[in-house]
Design a protein around this ligand. Structure first.
Ligand SMILES: NC(=O)c1ccc[n+]([C@@H]2O[C@H](COP(=O)([O-])OP(=O)(O)OC[C@H]3O[C@@H](n4cnc5c(N)ncnc54)[C@H](O)[C@@H]3O)[C@@H](O)[C@H]2O)c1
Ligand SMILES: [Zn+2]
Ligand SMILES: [Zn+2]
Length: 361
């Protein structure tokens, strides 16, 4: 029987979010209903609310979640009722041109639930990143569920579902940060601090945190930053060069996603180094720079979608490292809130008061 639960939606551009009744249909083939236990508030949810991702309002927000599989549809073999899972937005297909060429982390045909969640009047909701987990329950494809050690705190584990995985993977998978590298990270929110944690795991020797908010720089140290640059008062490119023997960092990761921060990443990088864009720009942003600079500085200019992760490979490893005390994932959880406090959490994010507010049930 379809079920009515509470969910947080964004109805139109810029309007405050609303807590409303959401209808969860019975799961179809390969779909499962997950009882959500935690869901972090990511900047991407705010991008959705502001119309910065697309126009498919109303959105059912929330996508950094963990929970328990409650009901499974026909032909589900990947998980069973009662499994503790982290939800992901990369359920790889195995068949598309990226998967066939052995690059499944780019999968161009990821799976989502076959049926739609709706408002009580039948209006179809667009789940943020195909997840929609600011809700008591959500409907997802079975492969959007990755089973992990149930001893992990859901509020912490769920963060791997998006921002923390994107950050760690931007360093370790996309940026290929290696032992002894120098790394600079521009923007030290949840994603940027995860880049820092990932760079430390990979053995980077110098990890430079850049933010314009001094509180963020203090938090960045907890994750492994060895140096800090205050972008509100210092010249970011010059300071990165000073801290890296005059050359620039081997890998610079832009976790803000604006033309000016990307340019800082580009010019703050050593010759033949790597720039990784993990922050998400909005459609009106453009870049204007001398093409000769792209040629003469060489190296790699990359984007990181979801940290180029494979949920089935990466989530269980990272949960194990966290459980062993080698990855301080718990430090990302600044506050635990209830489902009716998402709008307040956007304010806190906007004012830089939090790394992550996490809705817990
Ligand atoms: N690529 C992906 O797969 C992926 C996944 C999750 C989130 N994201 C994106 O990553 C970005 C960061 O997300 P978040 O949740 O960490 O956001 P956040 O708001 O928590 O953090 C952004 C940080 O950047 C800092 N900042 C802003 N402008 C700056 C500037 N000009 N110079 C230096 N610092 C600046 C802020 O002070 C803040 O600390 C967002 O654009 C989000 O949409 C991308
Ligand atoms: Zn694929
Ligand atoms: Zn996210």
């Amino acid at each position: 029987m379809p079920e009515t639960v509470r969910g947080v939606i964004a109805r139109r551009t810029g309007a405050p979010v609303e807590l409303v009744d959401v209808v969860i249909p019975d799961p179809g083939p390969h779909d499962v209903v997950v009882r959500v236990q935690s869901c972090g508030v990511c900047h991407t949810d705010l991008h959705y609310r502001e119309g910065g991702i697309n126009d498919d309002f109303p959105f059912l927000l929330g996508h950094e979640a963990a929970g328990i599989v409650e009901t499974v549809g026909e032909s589900v073999t990947h998980v069973t009722v009662g499994d503790f899972v982290i939800l992901n937005w990369r359920a790889i297909c195995g068949e598309c041109r990226a998967c066939r060429r052995g690059r499944p982390w780019y999968c161009f045909d990821t799976s989502n639930a076959g049926k739609s969640m709706t408002l009580t009047d039948g209006t179809e909701l667009t789940p943020a990143l195909g997840v929609g987990a600011f809700a008591d329950k959500t409907l997802v494809h079975e492969r959007q569920c990755t089973k992990v050690d149930p001893a992990a705190d859901p509020a912490v584990a769920g963060l791997l579902g998006c921002g923390v995985m994107a950050g760690i993977g931007a360093a370790t998978n996309t940026g290929n940060v290696s032992r002894g590298d120098s790394v600079a990270v521009i923007g030290c929110g949840g994603v940027g601090d995860a880049v820092i944690a990932g760079a430390r795991l990979a053995g980077a020797a110098t990890i430079i945190a850049v933010d314009r908010d001094s509180r963020k720089l203090a938090w960045a140290k907890q994750f492994g930053a060895t140096h800090e640059i205050d972008a509100s008062t210092e010249d970011v490119v010059e300071r990165i060069q000073e801290l890296t023997g005059g050359f620039g960092a081997d890998v610079v990761i832009d976790a803000v996603g604006r033309p000016e921060t990307w340019k800082q990443a580009f010019y703050g990088r050593d010759l033949a180094g790597t720039v990784v864009l993990v922050g998400v720009p909005t459609p009106e942003m453009t870049l204007d720079m001398p093409l000769i600079d792209l040629f003469s500085r060489g190296g790699a200019l990359k984007s990181s979608w979801y940290g180029d992760c494979l949920p089935e490979r990466d989530f269980p490893i990272l949960i194990d490292l966290y459980r062993q005390g080698r990855l301080p994932l718990e430090n990302f959880v600044t506050e635990r809130i209830s489902l009716d406090e998402v709008e307040k959490a956007f304010d806190a994010m906007h004012h830089g008061d939090v790394l992550r507010s996490v809705v817990v049930w």
